[in-house]
Structure formats: C-alpha cells, structure tokens
Ligand binder design. Structure first.
Ligand code: ATP
Ligand code: MG
Length: 359
C-alpha cells in the first residue's frame, strides 16, 4: 500500500496544457476517482502516475519518494484500460499469468496466484478459454485479474467499464469496489461518468480543462459544489441553473431572475457579502428540491418523463425552463399550470462573474 501525492503537476503537449498545476493527495488504500469531461486531462494524469508520460514540471510522490524518474516497471502498478488489451492467442490462464512470467516468478507460485485471483473474480472456470470465447464482462474480469495478480501497490484504471452494457456496468461497479476494499489497494479510477464516480469513490477529483475544480467525498460534491462547473457536472438529473441578480430589500435578500423572484431565508442576508449586492448570480436548484403542487410560483408543464419510481417534470415559467423531480404517483398533466416551490434550504448561489459558490 502506498500514499500518492501530486505536487504542482503540469503536462503540456506543445501548446496544449493537458494538466494544469494539479495538487492531489491520495491516502493509503483510498479509492479516488478522476472525473471530468472528455479532454480534461484524466488519462494524461494517470499516465504520468504510471510513469508512461513524463511531467513537464511538478512532482509525483509515492509515500515520501519522488517517482518522476522511476521507470514504469519499477512502480509496482496494476493498470486496467478501456480496451482490455488481452492477448487473443493466449488462454485466460496465460493472460493472467503474463505479468508474473515477466517477473520470473516460479511456476508453482504462478499457478497458485492465478487460481487465487481467478477465484476472487469468479472466473476460475474459464481459465482454459481464449478471450474471444468470453463475454465483455468476463474479459473485463480477466483484465482486472491480470492487474491484481501482480499484487500491485497501486491500481490505475481508465474507464474500465465503458465497453460494457448498462446492466453489467452496474454489477461490475460494485464488484470492483468490493475487490478494492478487500485488497485495500490505493486506487485511482478515471471516468467521465459522474454516477460511476459517485457510487465507487471515497473521494472524487473533478477536473475541467486540466484544472482541479474540487476534491471531496461524493456527498460533499453533491451538497456543496464549489463552483458552477461542479454543480452542473454532478447529479443524475442536471441541476437547474437560473441567472438573476441580487437585491437587498429591507435587510432581506431577493434574487431577481425575471419571472422568478426568490426571497432567501433569514440568515442569508448576513452571509452574503454586501459587495455582491446588485451583481449577477446564478441560483442552483436540484430537481429533487422543487416541490410541485403547492407554493408561491406557477409554471406550465411542458413535458413529463416517467422513469419508473420517479418522473421528471419540465416546467415553463414565462420562458424559463425548470426541471423538477417528483414521485411517479403524483398527478401532473402536460399543458396544465401547476404551482411549485423551492426548498430554500437546499439552493446554491454562485457568483456569475467567477463561477464560485457564494453560499
Ligand atoms: N499525446 C498527445 N499529444 C498531444 N495532445 C495530447 C496528447 N495526449 C492528450 N493530449 C491532449 O491533452 C488533453 C487531455 O487529454 P486526455 O487524454 O488526458 O483527456 P481525458 O480527460 O482522458 O479525455 P477522455 O475522457 O476523452 O479520455 C486533450 O486536449 C488532448 O487532446
Ligand atoms: Mg482518457
């Protein structure tokens, strides 16, 4: 097990700044997800940790040792990629055994370790097959087994589930998490899927354009997004972001968003610095924090999307589009006007100029 520290890490490809001054501390045995949209620098970061890319500047530490000049093979890392890259002509057994053969581990020891790992992953009956005779999920497990069998100090995974169908992905998500907990190996998991990161990771590092946006446990990202980017990126059904400006009337704070005038709860007035009065802000309200059926606002139901247990209701409020989440039992019909309210304890306010959270 090992603790990983990235210090002022940068990577440039010509003019492209792929990773921009990244600082990150990953604890012993922790499961950290690198999350962000395509091109934000996730893979580049991972490949620097693996030693495949050299940082342009900055440092990578494993415990207290600077790793910048340590070659990949001496970093004791297990890697799993999106394309499993199994050797097609080798049986499953030999695919898993491969890294041990490279290390010249004795035959008997190889035999023992491959069977052990195969058992953990539930592929011990498939050892004599070729990769082409396996399902996607099984191939994925073989790739995992090959990474685990080395008994690495660190797991690096880059979108390992993206080739699987939705149901299998949910199963493998839990499986990888279980194995990671069982083995206690420090793990960095790259994904652009916020749900995957939220469900698997102890902490999530959200990246955008090479820069770290927030590094926090899943529930903190959800409940206390540091900026507009994180607020918009996290959440299964996108948060409502409503532009307005901040007014102070008789000691209370009101956000004027055109058709919506949202008075904030007591206590907010003191919390908001006065230099923001009259400035532009963005209110963030998650769809589950909008109550339908009663309240001081009204909207027209434009469309209803059933999702089984819940449904998404799209409202039009004089030209503003609002998404609300409600129980599938609640009666809402398209085309009708409906009253609604915000749960004012759960709204977020961002400074429009900087994107940073004010409250
Ligand atoms: N070898 C390279 N040469 C030049 N530019 C590169 C190279 N590798 C990555 N980049 C650029 O660096 C940026 C970050 O790329 P990276 O592969 O790290 O993104 P990512 O977050 O993994 O994206 P994705 O989710 O699409 O895999 C991108 O703008 C990409 O075009
Ligand atoms: Mg990538």
């Amino acid at each position: 097990m090992v603790r990983i520290r990235l210090e002022n890490l940068n990577k440039r490809f010509g003019d492209v700044v792929a990773v921009d001054n990244l600082n990150l501390d990953i604890r012993d045995g922790e499961f950290v997800a690198l999350l962000g949209p395509s091109g934000c620098g996730k893979t580049t970061t991972l490949l620097m940790i693996a030693g495949i890319y050299k940082p342009t500047s900055g440092y990578i530490y494993f415990d207290d040792r600077v790793m910048n000049d340590v070659p990949p093979k001496d970093r004791n890392i297990g890697m799993v990629f999106q394309s499993y890259a199994l050797y097609p002509h080798m049986k499953v057994f030999d695919n898993i055994a491969f890294p041990l053969k490279l290390k010249k581990v004795p035959r008997q020891e190889i035999e023992k370790r491959v069977r052990e790992v195969a058992k953990i992953l539930g592929i011990d009956k498939l050892l004599d097959r070729k990769p082409s005779q396996l399902s996607g999920g099984q191939q994925q497990r073989v790739a995992l087994a090959r990474a685990i069998v080395k008994q690495p100090d660190v797991f690096l995974m880059d979108e390992p589930l993206s080739n699987l169908d939705a149901k299998l992905r949910v199963m493998m998500r839990a499986e990888i998490k279980r194995i990671q907990r069982e083995l206690g190996i420090t793990t960095i998991y790259v994904t652009h899927d916020q749900l995957e990161a939220m469900t698997m990771a102890d902490r999530i590092a959200v990246l955008n354009e090479g820069r770290l946006q927030q590094y926090a446990p899943p529930e903190d990202l959800y409940n206390r997004p540091a900026n507009l980017f994180v607020a918009g990126f996290i959440g299964n059904i996108p948060i409502n972001l409503i532009e307005g400006y901040l007014k102070r009337v008789d000691g209370t704070v009101l956000i004027d968003a055109g058709p919506l005038k949202i008075g904030l709860r007591d206590g907010y007035a003191e919390a908001i610095p006065s230099h923001l009065d009259m400035s532009s802000v963005v209110i963030g309200v998650r769809p589950e924090h909008i109550r339908l059926g009663r309240g001081s606002y009204t909207g027209r139901v434009v469309i209803v999307e059933p999702m089984g247990r819940e449904k998404i209701v799209h409202l039009d409020v004089d030209g503003l589009n609002i998404r609300a989440l409600t129980s599938s039992r609640s009666r809402v019909s398209e085309g009708r006007e409906i009253p609604f309210d915000f749960d004012l304890r759960r709204i977020h306010i961002f400074d429009k100029a900087t994107g940073k959270a004010i409250l």
